[in-house]
Design a protein around this ligand. Structure first.
Ligand SMILES: NC(=O)c1ccc[n+]([C@@H]2O[C@H](COP(=O)([O-])OP(=O)(O)OC[C@H]3O[C@@H](n4cnc5c(N)ncnc54)[C@H](OP(=O)(O)O)[C@@H]3O)[C@@H](O)[C@H]2O)c1
Length: 321
């Protein structure tokens, strides 16, 4: 049976926007919670037809408000996550305290599903504060809502991501690009649409899989990702292996910025392969294998980073020219 109303936290983000489209197109109503309705509502409301979406501004620690929202929901999805700490937005608060409270209240309100998006490779990355907090969050969610489904995606890409688009901008501007750990770290990039298909499948089939690793159809090293992006934007750049002490030094400087390009913790995380562990079920095993291949998908938008943009493609050549 399909959920009537899905309560989504973090719906204005990359995965959230795609998910709102996927769910509402399939007749699931969504209520999306944001910290700032003035800033985020215009991004959120355009993802669904009127009548399928409500947008609510709330402080994520306002228990009274969360209770009110949960009392009208069948399913709760938590997509809130951070890559670096700033002020009160600590890994502990965002990845442990908040999801743990949400899971506890979702249980109290007898919701059918609680779905939480965590991250792949967090068991292995023992020296990363990000990974440790994601892991601790998962544990407390499963204590508070034992039938929760926790999704662990590898890096998620799409036309509106912060991953391939930022990398292409940097590759365009820099004459040489630093690679850490010789670019050998392996990833299994998953397209955002493949990930939202998995979430939809979990909701519509009432799957309570505990932990599910969500990966794309191929393993690619960081260096190969950069090479594919360079090929796609038609640029040649020097990929420069960076000694780790220099990388640490630059991360120390970067992390002073309001939106750091790289932090010391991310650098530690980059050491570990981001591939299936073999210890948990994967999206393929629940019947939703990923369909999209990295190189083919980035081709669809990377031309905007090429010399000539859309005119580099033949898209605008008239048939009789
Ligand atoms: N994208 C990836 O490659 C990837 C890979 C593995 C795991 N994940 C996980 O998947 C989840 C969703 O990822 P995403 O890329 O869609 O996330 P995102 O775009 O970075 O952020 C999702 C939303 O979280 C809310 N948020 C961020 N910081 C917050 C804070 N300090 N307090 C309260 N709310 C805050 C924001 O919503 P409002 O501003 O509207 O409040 C934001 O739109 C995250 O948990 C992430 O760790 C993502």
């Amino acid at each position: 049976m399909k959920a009537k109303n899905c309560l989504i936290f973090g719906g204005s983000g990359q995965i959230g926007r795609h998910l709102i489209r996927k769910l509402t197109k399939n007749n699931i109503r969504v209520t999306v919670v944001t910290r700032n309705i003035h800033q985020k509502s215009y991004i959120i409301k355009t993802q669904a037809n009127a009548g399928y979406i409500d947008i609510v501004e709330a402080n994520i620690y306002d228990e009274v408000k969360i209770r009110e929202l949960l009392s009208n929901a069948d399913t709760c999805i938590n997509l809130i996550g951070i890559l670096y700490e700033k002020g009160g937005s600590t890994f502990k608060n965002i990845h442990v305290v908040f999801p743990s409270l949400l899971a506890k209240l979702s249980k109290e309100y007898d919701l059918k599903n609680f779905i939480h998006v965590s991250a792949l490779g967090i068991n292995e990355a023992k020296d990363s504060d990000y990974a440790k907090s994601k892991l601790e969050g998962e544990k407390s969610i499963l204590i508070n809502f034992p039938m929760a489904t926790i999704l662990r995606p590898s890096v998620v890409y799409s036309v509106d991501d912060n991953f391939t688009t930022n990398l292409m901008t940097l590759l365009n501007r820099l004459p040489a690009f630093p690679i850490y750990y010789n670019g050998k770290t392996k990833f299994t990039p998953i397209h955002c649409s493949d990930l939202t298909d998995i979430i939809y499948h979990v909701i519509s089939n009432d799957i309570n899989s505990k932990i599910l690793e969500c990966v794309g159809p191929e393993e690619i090293t960081f260096k190969e990702i950069l090479q594919k992006l360079l090929k796609s934007i038609n640029k040649k750049r020097l990929l420069l292996p960076f000694p780790i002490f220099l990388a640490n030094l630059s991360a120390k400087i970067f992390q002073l910025m309001p939106k750091p390009l790289l932090t010391e913790d991310q650098l530690r995380l980059l050491k570990y392969d981001n591939i299936i562990s073999g210890k948990y079920k994967t999206n393929s095993e629940i019947g939703v294998p990923s369909k999209f291949y990295f190189e083919k998908e980035i081709e669809k938008y990377s031309f905007m980073w090429r010399e000539g943009g859309q005119f580099s493609t033949g898209k605008y050549i008239k048939k009789d020219d």
